[in-house]
Design a protein around this ligand. Sequence first.
Ligand SMILES: *Cc1c(COP(=O)(O)O)cnc(C)c1O
Length: 391
Amino acid sequence: MATKVYMDYAATTPVKKEVLDSMIPYYTEKYGNPSSVYSLGRESRKTIDESREKIANILGANPKEIYFTSGGSEADNWAIKAVAMANKDKGNHIITSKIEHHAVLHTCEYLEKHGFEVTYLDVDEYGMVDLEQLKKSITDKTILISIMFANNEIGTIQPIKEIGQIAREKGVYFHTDAVQAVGNVKIDVNELNIDMMSMSAHKIYGPKGIGALYIKKGVKIDPHIHGGAQERKRRAGTENVAGIVGFAKAMELAYENLEEHISKLTKLRDKLINDVKNKIDYVRLNGHPEKRLPGNASFCIEFIEGEALLLNLDMAGIAASSGSACTSGSLDPSHVLMAIGLPHEIAHGSLRLTLGDFTTEKDVDYVVEKLVEIVDRLRQMSPLYEKVKGV
Ligand SMILES: *Cc1c(COP(=O)(O)O)cnc(C)c1O
């Protein structure tokens, strides 16, 4: 069945029409290489500069502190590996959390094979890091703290300003993966004490394959891609001009309407959460009840296999997800659900519904209706459920 209701905005988003329209000329008539001296090239250069400025202004950054990358994964890799390399004479210790995106976790695991030591902080049942544990973990060898702004699976938003404050007091760099927070939270990098921040366009109605790393002036970090002089000699390669234009447009749209976007999504999300809780028994909401992304509803539905649930939802034309897109397909329950302390059998019944700018109340009603039917049908096949219900 064709997708009738898309509820996987945390995996990716459609490109908005205004965004696509802003990009097309940079594939057709305005195709000059930004490094070329003639006017066609200079026009591309000017467009990149303007886009960088727009993004920087929204984040309270200087345009020179914005470096374009191919997306969030590259920005995470760059921040962590290149700070590690540039500061290894100071120390070899990195602190992160157990619920990071794999772009952060696997990068840290890679560094562990090359002589770095990594502390993976626990989180509480809501997915929050403990600031006291963070403070205690910092040693004189610590060079970097990398904690995500908002979690992609359970939506929990971390106390970023406080983490940044702790890092700054101890003279340790602070990187945050803000891929899910950008476009959903007001962000001022200076106010929040952020030294480096990863972003991605395709999570905010922009194109895939473009993102950025904010690097605060003065941070000691190695270049990431060696080659030409692009991105202030730190990230070589002919720029993705159309992608950069689309990313800037998507940022502008997101922050022009931020309040409206947040209040609309929060309302729809809370309706979805309440309806699911009222109409289905043995359901728990994952993540923090209040400090969560406006469009995130993550559940564990007991006595159900998440994979079976997703397939049945798909047959009803509903696109949803269990853990993160990167882990679906594997049989291990998500590392995030394990970290918040869920037992295996409950974590297996996870369902992530993420709402976005094109979600309607009708969509929510349709999803709840189908979910009730499907859960009921699947549970009829569960001997355990029958036993618990005492029938
Ligand atoms: C999607 C996502 C990424 C990866 O971004 P890409 O642009 O797809 O590489 C990284 N971190 C988080 C939290 C994400 O949600």
